[in-house]
Design a binder for this molecule. Structure first.
Ligand code: F6R
Length: 604
């Protein structure tokens, strides 16, 4: 979470370039934004800072040019969403500005010590501590060397190394040092990418913000510090301070198709893209699926790990492997994995499911797996991401950029690949391919005007609901959880997904007159039991919406879906995604940027 970006150049570049980069990085958080740059207007060299709580405005007053600047888009961790807490943060003398992604875990004692030493804090963030720590380290380093600071770039690196060594947690910083007109970048787990282009040197949380600026990039490592001066970057070992030679690689990313393509929001655009994504997987990812199947075949214990929507894809995967391949594959929420890692061996296989490839809980899970000698595979959408780089084997999701904060097409892409892999393991590749082609047609049914009318009618009915329950059994249980997540995160209606069989064990106490309940009922072995559950809800006054290939007397409203056998989770989720979208629009909410969320969850 939090997007950070900076540049330094031999020439004056438009500071607006940082603002544009922040727009690209806004998916990492949009609680506040801010920039800092060197200026000599109106008199004397100084740092100019512009920062504000809230999202980046569509238009800003004209910005000047500068040879050095940095910026930040925030997902608040420590300190409220206020102008003062927006980054960049300065030291007491305003000679350096820092932007930060992460959490300084030991910020309390550090802040106390710094305040006692006379440092003046302007915010209540953990981040500002780094500016003051660095200020102290610089003074110490200067005293030790007895040289003038600005002439000695090594001192700045030394000071950053010392300051960074004092903090705990997963953090990435860019520091702008005004007297030497240099940037320093340093990190632990949180990503930072350096870029060199004809106009200057750049650094960003994500390579996408370097497109159009850099030709060569380098993913900074945790044991390195980068000093970026107008003449170019230099890399140092973070422990020893020794100079290192980075292996630069060409930036192959192109500016993604980020247009809305005629849709009013990315969420609805991405929901509609799902049939094309599955088609692309069938055309491009069969080899990858076959190789992953081989890894599973030869592993002794396979674990699917993911968070949120990706965690539900993992759970669905475990049902698919059981029913199609007769194989026990474990599904574990990535943030819980480290508490269950003890039985991993060098024969285990851990498959990380992640759209962004930057989710810190997933990164920690795969790092734990690696420490225990396990093989790591990943189903990941962002191919240059941290998880993609850690994994021994990757199957790209091919979903294209997912810009809405809600994950939709990456979810069904993961399900499609897992279903293919399960069929390959079972030796029934063609059945898997056929069923996915049927699912592609099946998904389109959700977009048919008659289906959309029913979904919209349900949205009208639910628009002022406070609670909503969702049930499914077997393969549809993860669908129920995912449908509830989609509804709650974008509409703020309290939506809960349950295994249908759990109703009688407590959940049914929640049902009262008019309680909305979505019921997933594909034509599989779960149908008789889930319909009984639906009837029990109805008998207690619940308002039942059936998402099913066939109507039933238990349903007040029937939303039809295609009957596509084991691919039912791919088609059943689409009406629920559409319902979540329609509800958000009716409740006057932004479907692409729900409150408190960010697309890339890089903090714990
Ligand atoms: C929900 C959603 C989140 C993500 C989760 C994992 O719509 O987007 O639950 O699925 O934060 O993110 P990735 O897949 O990037 O690891």
């Amino acid at each position: 979470m939090c997007g950070i970006f900076g540049f330094v150049s031999t020439r004056e570049l438009p500071v607006a370039l940082v603002v544009d980069a922040l727009r690209t990085l806004e998916y990492r958080g949009y609680d506040s934004w801010g920039i800092a740059y060197a200026t000599s207007e109106p008199v004397g060299e100084r740092l100019a800072v512009l920062k504000q709580a809230g999202r980046l405005p569509q238009t800003l007053p004209p910005l000047p040019t500068s040879p050095i600047a940095l910026g930040h888009t925030r997902w608040a961790t420590h300190g409220g969403v206020t102008d003062d807490n927006a980054h960049p943060h300065l030291d007491c003398r305003a000679t350096l500005a820092i932007v930060h992604n992460g959490i300084i875990e030991n910020y309390r004692p550090l802040r106390e010590a710094l305040e006692q030493a006379g440092h003046h804090f302007r915010s209540s963030t953990d981040s500002e501590i780094f500016a003051h720590l660095l200020e102290d380290s610089l003074q110490r380093a200067r005293r030790v060397s007895e040289s003038t600071f600005s002439g000695s770039p090594g001192l700045l690196v030394e000071a950053v190394r010392q300051a960074f060594a004092q903090i705990r947690g997963l953090n990435a910083f860019i520091v702008l040092h005004l007297p030497s007109r240099q940037l320093v970048a340093v990190k632990s787990t949180s990503p930072l990418v350096l870029g060199i282009g004809t106009e200057g040197v750049f650094v960003s949380s994500d390579a996408v913000a370097l497109v159009g600026h850099a030709e060569q990039i380098y993913y900074l490592r945790d044991d390195e510090v980068a000093l970026l001066s107008p003449q170019g970057p230099r890399l140092f070992d973070r422990c020893t301070g020794e100079l290192r030679q980075p292996q630069w690689e060409p930036l192959t990313l192109r500016s993604a198709d980020t247009s809305l393509g005629g849709f009013p929001h990315y969420l609805i655009k991405e929901i509609h893209e799902q049939p094309h994504v599955i088609e692309r997987i069938l055309r491009e990812r069969l080899d990858g699926a076959r190789q992953l199947a081989e890894l599973i075949r030869h592993s002794y214990g396979t674990f699917l790990v993911g968070c949120g929507t990706a965690g539900y894809a993992a759970l669905c995967g475990s049902y698919l492997f059981s029913r199609i391949a007769r194989r026990h594959v474990n599904a574990v929420i990535a943030s819980e994995f480290k508490y269950q890692e003890h039985f991993l061996t060098d024969r285990s296989l851990v498959i990380a499911l992640t759209q962004s490839g930057e989710t810190v809980d997933v990164i920690e899970a795969v790092q734990a797996a690696k420490r225990r000698g396990a093989t790591v595979a990943a189903l990941v959408n962002v191919t240059g991401s941290t998880v993609a780089r850690i994994a021994d084997f990757t199957v790209p999701l091919s979903a294209g950029p997912e810009q809405s904060v809600l994950s939709t097409k990456a979810y069904t892409a993961k399900l499609a690949i897992l279903l293919l892999v399960a069929h390959i393991l079972n030796g029934s590749d063609h059945v898997g391919i056929d069923v996915l082609w049927r699912a592609i047609d099946g998904m389109e049914l959700a977009f048919a005007p008659a289906t959309l009318d029913r979904i919209r009618a349900v949205a009208e009915q639910l628009v002022n609901a406070e609670h909503c329950y969702v049930i499914g059994r077997g393969l549809s249980y993860p669908t129920a959880l995912e449908a509830a997540l989609k509804i709650k995160e974008v509409t703020y209606i309290h939506a809960e997904g349950f295994a249908g069989g759990e109703l009688k064990h407590g959940v049914i106490a929640l049902i009262q007159d008019g309680s909305p309940c979505l019921v997933f009922s594909p034509l599989d072995e779960t149908r008789p039991d889930i319909l009984s559950g639906a009837m029990e809800v109805r008998s207690r006054g619940g308002w039942v919406v059936g998402i099913s290939p066939e109507p039933d007397e238990a349903f007040h409203v029937h939303i039809p879906i295609a009957d596509v056998g084991d691919a039912s989770p791919l088609v059943a989720i689409v009406p629920a995604q559409l319902l979540a979208y329609e509800l958000a629009v009716r409740r006057g909410l932004d479907p692409d940027k729900p409150r408190n969320l960010a697309k890339s969850v890089t903090v714990k």
